[in-house]
Design a protein around this ligand. Structure first.
Ligand code: GLC
Ligand code: GLC
Length: 643
């Protein structure tokens, strides 16, 4: 690394000396795999660690302790996982395959327990899953745990769900069935019941330094001048009082305390928790709330450059001790900032919150201008990285499009968000949606939307059109490029749970409206083509099958396509093996009609292609020189040849 030479060499020697003092670490791995990776990745890790902690006198000792910890963790890593490491080293783009399909669920709500999830593996295979994200499953406070996002121990499974051993067994079983396990790494905060938090609350200075704790309101007031409120329904500002009069930083709920990464001991401690999880058989970590992990007075404390350094440093730790582990970024922020987390050396995967929000925006407006612009300008990401494309998740829908982008199309961002919020909570004439507001903040005008896919599409009131919208929305997530991620239950049209507030601890958080229990009756109807469940399920299955047999849909590369019809989205997928600028032999042209009417695209629209095309979902031949007609909500995946 440039500029690191001075630091590097003596630092490396210091680290090697420490490793050599621990002969146990050499056993079984003499000078081999770990040392080779250390040789390769140390400069990177050292540069990052030095960048973060150089003002600390003990930075090198901290780094040395970190590397020793990595060596131990590698030594403990089970052979089966080392085999996965080796296999993926030879096939590092495995997650870019067009056969990838993700699913996400709450262990308790979907299957009662970890063993219950295991029993559903045959269903996951029926559906075609290759990636399963289990919502947070660790020990957490009761009854308030933010759906498990308040973690009391990263080494203990919530006893309601099972044990760590059952998690390992589940991971192995999934692996043997070709399904990667994804769990959350909730590293921005712990619960107030975590051991570290308890000690901090008791006044232990070492652990008080694990969090952002101040004796009075001076610093909290100073920070809050520039920091936005994330859960204003829960508490104003970012700090909450402790019983002893001190104040602790809590970005989310009062019981979720932000960790202080300015303290290298926190980095080391969390790296230890991360490697522990990796060694249980987790393939991908969903890096929770990445935007918030570094704080700096006088800034918004979101997306700071050090947040990226931290992620890179965690990533470098994986390259040493759990080389096949991947990160998925959860940054629900301005699209410019979302993009900055996506890098093979940082997060190889990222949620695509912009595409998600704009799918809903297009359904409401029947106009694809914003979505089409976003695909053209913001979809392509570096080689070796992938989007995770989704229609709904466990969280609210936030309208995270860029105001600058909208302005170019004559759209005022503030007004447009107000319209979208009104539309989705059914306070706009003609709305089909049954959403509910989340964190409505009258002071700032900010608001987000809760609701399941089916209820937001109007399945309760108008199944015919709702089914069309549900499939249309997914047809985009399944074809733009990246791993499509199903919010499990959506494939059978699960509806809002309007009784959510009756469950203990859920009443103040409307996101529970879209976190229903396993809809057993709806699943039972999935093979009946005469039911909405059957139609949605078979439509999604068809997309999965066709996607898996269409190499052009691998990877993420996308080329824009103008349909010249405001309600009809178009884009091209040339496949990942075609280098940028080169002319592919064939490409998949996707068309999707978001308008309520039949749309006719004249032959001239397709003048760049040969006249003969095949619609892949229906396996029918299409003559582009006749033009193309799309019924409302119709989507076509056309294999075309550039002429
Ligand atoms: C993430 C989760 C969200 C949670 C928050 C705090 O954004 O997706 O559900 O409330 O982090 O952990
Ligand atoms: C905010 C945060 C995001 C979190 C969400 C939960 O949008 O930016 O990280 O998931 O709140 O509602």
């Amino acid at each position: 690394m440039q500029g690191q030479v001075n630091v590097d060499e003596p630092a490396y020697q210091h680290v090697l000396d420490a490793l050599n003092r621990e002969p146990a670490l050499a056993e079984g791995d003499p000078g081999s795999a770990f040392r080779q990776r250390l040789d390769r990745h140390f400069p990177e890790l050292c540069g990052l660690f030095h960048g973060l902690y150089r003002t600390r006198e003990d930075w090198l000792d901290q780094l040395t302790a970190l590397v020793v910890q990595c060596a131990r963790s590698w030594q403990e890593r089970p052979a089966a996982l080392k085999a996965v490491d080796a296999a993926r080293e030879g096939n590092s783009s495995w997650f870019l395959s067009n056969t990838m399909l993700g699913g996400v669920c709450y262990v308790d709500r979907y299957a009662d327990s970890l063993d219950g999830v295991r029993a559903r593996i045959p269903y996951f295979k029926e559906l075609g899953l290759t990636y399963l994200h289990l919502m947070p499953l660790f020990l957490a406070p009761e009854p308030h745990s933010d759906g498990g996002y308040a973690v009391s121990s990263y080494r203990q499974v919530n006893p309601k769900l099972g044990t760590m051993e059952q998690l390992r067994e589940l991971a192995a079983d999934l692996r043997n069935n070709g399904i990667s396990l994804v769990v959350d790494f909730i590293f921005n905060h712990t619960s107030n019941e975590h051991e570290w938090a308890r000690r901090a609350a008791a006044g232990d200075p070492e652990y008080s330094d694990y969090f952002w704790i101040y004796p009075d309101r001076t610093m909290p007031d100073a920070f809050e001048r520039t920091v936005r409120e994330i859960f204003p329904d829960d508490h104003p500002g970012s700090f909450v009082p402790l019983p002893d009069g001190r104040w602790v930083w809590a970005t989310f709920h009062t019981y979720q305390w932000d960790l202080n990464y300015a303290n290298p001991a926190v980095f080391r401690a969390m790296a230890g928790e991360m490697l522990f999880l990796a060694n249980q058989g987790v393939d991908i970590l969903r890096m929770d709330a990445v935007a918030f992990i570094w704080k700096q007075l006088g800034t918004p404390c979101e997306n700071l450059p050090e947040a990226h350094l931290l992620l890179r440093a965690f990533n470098a730790v994986c390259r040493l001790a759990a080389p096949s582990l991947l990160f998925k970024s959860e940054a629900i922020v301005h699209p410019d900032e979302v993009a900055l987390y996506i890098d093979p050396a940082e997060c190889q995967l990222s949620y695509n919150p912009l595409q998600m929000a704009l799918i809903w925006e297009s359904l409401a407006t029947r106009d694809v201008a914003l979505l089409s612009q976003a695909l053209e300008r913001r979809h392509n990401i570096p080689a070796g990285t992938s989007w995770v494309n989704y229609v709904r998740s466990h969280d609210d829908i936030g309208w995270t499009f860029a105001d600058e982008d909208a302005a170019e199309l004559g759209i005022n961002g503030f007004d447009h968000r107000r319209f979208l919020n009104a539309f989705y909570v059914n306070r706009f004439p003609g709305s089909f949606a049954r959403g509910v507001p989340f964190q409505d903040n009258p002071r700032t005008g900010d608001c987000r939307i809760s609701g399941t896919t089916a209820s937001l599409c109007g399945l309760e009131d108008d199944p015919e059109h709702a089914i069309g919208r549900i499939l249309l929305a997914h047809s985009v997530a399944f074809s733009t490029g990246g791993i499509p991620l199903l919010y499990l239950g959506d494939e059978v049209g699960q509806l809002n749970d309007y009784q959510y507030f009756l469950e203990e601890g859920h009443d103040a958080d409307s996101r529970w409206v879209h976190r229903p229990h396993y809809p057993a009756e709806q699943y039972a109807r999935r093979r009946n083509p005469g039911t909405p469940e059957g139609r949605i399920f078979s439509g999604l299955r068809r997309m999965t099958e066709v996607r898996a047999s269409t190499p052009e849909l691998a990877g993420t590369r996308l080329i824009g396509f103008h349909t010249n019809s405001p309600g009809v989205l178009g884009f091209q997928r040339p496949g990942s093996t075609v280098s940028a600028g080169a002319r592919p032999a064939s490409t998949v042209l996707v068309l999707a009609n978001f308008s309520d009417g039949v749309r006719q695209l004249p032959a001239v629209t397709f003048s760049g292609f040969g006249a003969a095309a095949v619609e892949l979902l229906t396996e029918t031949a299409v003559r582009l020189d006749d033009g193309v007609t799309l019924a409302p909500h119709r989507y076509l995946w056309l294999r075309v040849t550039p002429s």
